[in-house]
Structure formats: C-alpha cells, structure tokens
Design a protein around this ligand. Sequence first.
Ligand code: SF4
Ligand code: SF4
Length: 416
Amino acid sequence: MPTEPESIKPSRSWQEGRAKTVTFIVTEDCQLRCKYCYIVGKNKKNRMNFEVARATIDYLLRERTQFPEKSVIWDFIGGEPFIEIDLIDRISDYAKLRMYELNHPWFDSYRFSFSTNGLLYGKDKVQRYIAKNRRHISIGISIDGTRRKHDSMRVFPNGKGSYADVVKNLPLWLKQFPDAATKATVSHDDLPFIKESVVHLFSLGIKTVNINTVFEDVWQDGDDGLFERQLVALADYIIDNRLDETHTCSFFSRSIGQPIGVEEDHNWCGAGKMLAVDGNGTFYPCVRFAPYSLSHKRGRDIGNCYDGIDRNLLRPFLAMTRRTQSSEECLNCEVASGCAWCSGCNYDLADETTIYRRATYICKMHKARVRANAYFWAKLENRNAGRLADVPVPGAASGHMHGQKPDIRPVQHRGR
Ligand code: SF4
Ligand code: SF4
C-alpha cells in the first residue's frame, strides 16, 4: 500500500524560517490587470535604480549582527519582475560578488526568487539569466486554472485573457523546474471553477498547487456552501484517482481546523522579519505595506537603504502576534488552525490606523474548508483501509458537518 502523505499542503519554501527574505520591488508596472490584484498603484514611473539595490545589499551584508540568519532569499517582485530583467541580472551579479568578497555565510546559502505572471518566461534574456543562476533560483508562475477561470481574472488592460500566452511557457518552466509550484487565488466569481481548475493545473504537469481565498470583503451568502461542495468534489477526484500520492493541493492539510493553544502566539506571516525595498530605497516590513499595495492607507515604512532600519518604526511589527491581532472569538475558535490573515491587508482594511486588527471576512469560508478537509482525510483513511462506503458526504441527508469538530490531529502549524 502506498504511504499516505502526512498532509497535502503547500510545499515548504527553501530554508523556511531560517532565511532572511529581502524583496526588491524592481518595478510597479505589469502587463496585466488581474482583477483581484492588491497592487492598486501600477505605474511605469517607479522603477528601481541600481544604486538603491546596491545600497540595500551593502547594508544587509554589513550588518551581520542585525541579520544573523543562516541563508538569504533575494526576492524580486513587481508588478512583473521580468520586465526589469537587465536590472535584476545586474543586482544578482553584485549580490553574488559582494557575498564572495566578504566571505559572507550567505554566499553558500542564497536563492533568487521570483513570482511571475509567466508572460516573458521564454524570452532570451530571461532564459540566459536562468541558465546563469540555475542552481540558485526558484520561480513561481501564476496560473489560475482552466482557461475560463484564468481569463476571467488575469487579463490585459484591453480585457483579453492571458491564458494562452502563459500556458505556452509552462512546458519549458516545468522542464527546468519539475517541482515548481503555482499559486492560484479564489475570489467570489470563480468559486464554481475550483475543482476543474485544480484538476486542470495537475493535468498541465504542475504537481503542487498553492491556492487560497482572498481576504477582502467579497464573500456573499451561500458562497461557503458552494466552496464546500467544490472542495468535496475535488477531494473525491483526488482520492478516487490516487492523485494524493503524487500531487499537492494546499486546500487539504492535516494541520487545519484545530483550536490553537495559548502558547502558539505567532504572527501568521513574516511581515516585519522580512524586508521589502522600493525604487526610492524605502524599507517596508513586507511589500503589502508599500504605498502601491494599499487602497485606503498610507505606506508604513521602517527605514531606508542609506540609514538602515529604524528600530522604533519596526518595533510595532515585531509585536504583531496572533493575540495582538485577533478578537476573543478567533482566539477561542475551535477550528482556528489554518485560518489565515494578511497583516498588510488587515492594516489596509481596518477602520482606523492600526496594524493590530485582524480582518475576518474569510471566517465562513475557512469553516467550509475545514468541513471539506475533514471529509478529505476521512475518505483517504477509509480508502486506504478499503472502507470507502463508510464516509458521509458533508451536507448529505445524514446531517451537515457544520459545527462538528473534525477528527484529525494537528501535525504542524505553519505560516504563509
Ligand atoms: S476568522 Fe472565523 S474561522 Fe477564523 S479563527 Fe476567527 S472565528 Fe475561527
Ligand atoms: S500575509 Fe500579507 S503581510 Fe504577511 S507576508 Fe504575506 S503579503 Fe506580507
């Protein structure tokens, strides 16, 4: 019998928790206008110049006491980062050279990381860069699923979908990075397409699909039921076709749907421990606190590449924990584990200028996911024990699973 995976969840990122992530916002421009994109201030004007990148690298490499991490992830983001491939190449060469010259521990342990829309992936300059840095790169291409789901959201400024232009680059990407994962996002309009989209991404050869629901106030009555039905159908497909043995979908994980003990008081994500730098050299605790990501609030900077991090501005971000951001309801929630939040989104959506108010618009969607997830694991365990007929489908005549505590033990809790 095949070994049952501990969980079907996002693959752990390289050196997770042990690497300093430094995000260069190389451009605020992108060829697409995805409807759910949090980057509201796209523009061609704000692009990084090399001097800003150089000052940032010099500062990080100089301050070893302040940045004692074992490894570094030099992360490039936009907009669409590959629009600035010449600049990225120059920044990467400089980082490598300085790490070597300083005999810095990061020289043996670094990655260049990219989240891209994939449109420029096959271009000569991008391919030359990949070949040059092959052993130190991770690249995620965002594709949302089937053509109709992808094209309904990921569109060019004229409204045309981008599916065909991205999919043509997937074979090369998967040949170069066979374990590559994609990131997909679900909002209200694409709920009916979840199952077909994940199945489609698997069929394209992508083995790991990291997918999440948006945090904003978009959910309508009945969305949780539809979401749950889609996830149950997806669970059936995965298990009936034994895709659980080879593929990963982040919707299903053994670690979600449990109460969280008082001792687990971490922030969901690394905002504040990471560093983002924009084209002017201003530092932010994460790209989601940079002005171009915010719809309702001003940017929250924590210093700049010339003067370094201002500890007084950083301190409030280091105090962001589950407890300082969550309501009593969330702290006492029976299914809290895996219920995510984005600290930048919280800040943008709060009705006052605070970074400590957790937005909970996803509450009923998370509970729907917990019910479907319980079904997934129960069905998987029964299949592996040869008892498939015993698994009740959520919402079937025997009683809905609302409010039931799923019979699954936590394996581990992870940030985003
Ligand atoms: S948002 Fe809802 S599901 Fe998530 S922890 Fe809070 S109460 Fe629980
Ligand atoms: S969850 Fe939001 S604030 Fe946290 S690291 Fe991700 S984008 Fe940044």
